[in-house]
Design a protein around this ligand. Sequence first.
Ligand code: NAI
Ligand code: MG
Length: 355
Amino acid sequence: RTLRIGLIPGDGIGKEVIPAGRRILEALPASLGLKFEFVDLKAGWETFEQTGVALPEETVSVLKSDCDGALFGAVSSPTKAVKGYSSPIVALRKKLDLYANVRPVKTVVTAPKPIDMVIVRENTEDLYVKEEKTYDTPQGKVAEAIKRISQRASSRIATMAGEIALRRQKIRAGGAPSIHNGPLVTITHKSNVLSQTDGLFRSTAREALAAARFQDSGVAVEEQIVDSMVYKLFRQPEAYDVIVAPNLYGDILSDGAAALVGSLGLVPSANVGEGFAIGEPCHGSAPDIQGQGIANPIATLRSAALMLEFLNEEAAAAKIYAAVDGNLEEGKLLSPDLGGKATTEEVVQDVLRRL
Ligand code: NAI
Ligand code: MG
């Protein structure tokens, strides 16, 4: 099977880590029967400065018509609104209907407690529909934003969380070491305050996870109010397996969870739709370290593996995960964000050698 992969480095360290993702895919053993073709694509702040658009039409059309998946680095975004600029990854999620953002957060040896969870974030709606307005009142300006929650989006995201819980259960049954007893999905919301929007998310997710194929396989379902979820996540991260949340809570929880494992440079994500996945490291363009050759490539390597998982290439993904875990377990060639001295290139070389 030949997979065509779009490469969108974006800005800053995206340009340093995406080539690492390409190399790890190219280095997968031939015995897997997988071949790759790569297409270089543009998006981001630099692209905006050069062309006036952050996400060129060509990038979208090539991804749509000509790619099986993609790797996206990171883009810099201005802190103030700039006319004509909007985040390309947010737009891509919409245009390709990548309705799920999946972030596994796992320790190897880099945190005091074992952690092995996946945060499944709804990716298309909630406050991120970006329907905002500002108006004047006698007391000054008022700004408002729409929070939109639909039954359809809530149902499919909860179903995906259930599927991921089942897949993880299968991998454990295959002998992978685990800190969990059985599959668990935790629904996160704030329906005690937002009874209509989060209320709909909660009831729809409950219903989706009550499906026979989850219940018969012993997928346990629980709920956490989002503020208490944050508390428990920091106190008892080992208790969680799969967490499903609407867009905004999921965004915040997944960055918070990333802090638990030592560095943003370790945490991958995938934007997933029907038959298409974009792997994307959780971190941003890291202007403070760009150009120094010390960015941790592991988040990107794991994102490449995660993309493969959703393209049904689990064996290839497992090889990458194992090579990365090997590097972390040995702990000799770690990048500076993990307290080591290795460069991006040295980490990549070490992982390639293990692969
Ligand atoms: P950031 O993730 O770029 O950096 C936060 C801190 O983590 C920095 O100290 C950075 O050096 C460190 N870091 C991040 N990735 C690392 C890696 N792979 N290896 C070693 N250290 C790493 O977040 P920040 O500073 O808030 O944002 C910088 C720019 O990135 C902004 O323009 C922001 O808008 C953008 N951004 C883009 C994202 C995306 O494209 N998905 C996500 C987050 C931020
Ligand atoms: Mg974020």
